[in-house]
Design a protein. Structure first.
Length: 98
């Protein structure tokens, strides 16, 4: 999760796509012009090759602050954790972060 957050901060689209499970990965990825300010991992749990991470990422969008609160699902394949999907939690998330 932290590496994917860092990839969002740095705009590393290729890294985001290779760490996304092929069954749910978008064919193309475009990032909104957000300034990411911090990541708080609230909970992480792995059971075998399945994992769940709850996090809050803070950002700034055109001078306005926002938060992305998500519970993400991951799966480990061939020793690599891949993002499957996430459920965004209601925390005043701006549309730009979706």
């Amino acid at each position: 999760m932290r590496s994917r957050y860092s990839a969002y901060v740095l705009g590393l689209l290729d890294y985001l796509l290779v760490t996304w499970h092929p069954s749910t990965a978008p064919g193309d990825l475009e990032l909104p012009p957000l300034k990411w300010l911090g990541l708080e991992v609230r909970h992480a749990q792995a059971t075998g090759d399945a994992g769940v991470v709850e996090f809050v990422a803070r950002y700034r969008d055109n001078g306005r602050g926002g938060r992305l609160h998500e519970i993400s699902r991951f799966v480990r394949e061939e020793g690599k954790w891949l993002y499957i999907d996430g459920d965004q939690q209601d925390s005043g998330i701006a549309d730009a972060a979706r």
